[in-house]
Design a protein around this ligand. Structure first.
Ligand code: CMP
Length: 167
């Protein structure tokens, strides 16, 4: 998972959403996210308290490979591209999350992530990530499953690039 590529400096940053988002709006958005499907209202309220809502213009670089990571992102609207390698890109859609790896192991960002379209994001800081893991039942399992899937994909890509065909 080497996202070390040069995609330039577009000078865009996610900004706190200007839409007037009440705690109830946030709850509604959270309820629509499959990852939070098994949360009680009480647990969702706790998540709504720690999650910020941010908007990012298309082409905003949300994460740069190699930099330290301080946030976990969940896509509410729009799509993002993960630059897994110079040749490989993956699309993330509403309900998908990214940025969990650096928060889990403390290492640098493993890939660059760019907004493909205008995005609305829920953003949770490192400080609150542990609270999120405690509050959302099954989140640790989902993170592990996603990580396993990403490792398998990365291994398949390595096999393909070594031999020219999938193993
Ligand atoms: P992190 O390493 O914190 O920052 C870059 C993020 O890109 C990473 O967390 C994952 O969320 C995501 N990512 C890295 N590799 C892949 C991959 N192979 N497939 C999907 N997402 C990835």
């Amino acid at each position: 998972m080497d996202g070390s590529i040069d995609i330039g400096d577009r000078g865009l940053e996610p900004v706190p959403s200007k839409a007037s988002i009440t705690q109830d709006d946030k709850m509604e958005r959270l309820e629509a996210v499959p990852l939070f499907g098994s949360c009680t209202r009480h647990q969702l309220r706790a998540v709504a308290r720690i999650a910020g809502v941010f908007d990012a213009a298309a082409d905003t670089i949300l994460i740069r490979a190699g930099e330290p990571g301080e946030e976990f992102f969940l896509i509410v609207e729009g799509t993002a591209r993960v630059h897994v390698s110079a040749k490989k890109r993956l699309r993330l859609r509403p309900g998908d999350f990214f940025g969990e790896m650096s928060l889990l192991d403390g290492g640098p960002r493993s890939a660059t992530v760019v907004a493909e379209t205008p995005l609305r994001l829920l953003v949770i800081s490192r400080r609150n990530f542990r609270t999120l893991l405690e509050k959302v039942p099954g989140l640790t399992d989902s993170l592990l499953e996603t990580l396993c899937r990403r490792v398998r994909q990365a291994e398949r890509s390595l096999d393909v690039s070594r031999s020219g065909t999938p193993q």
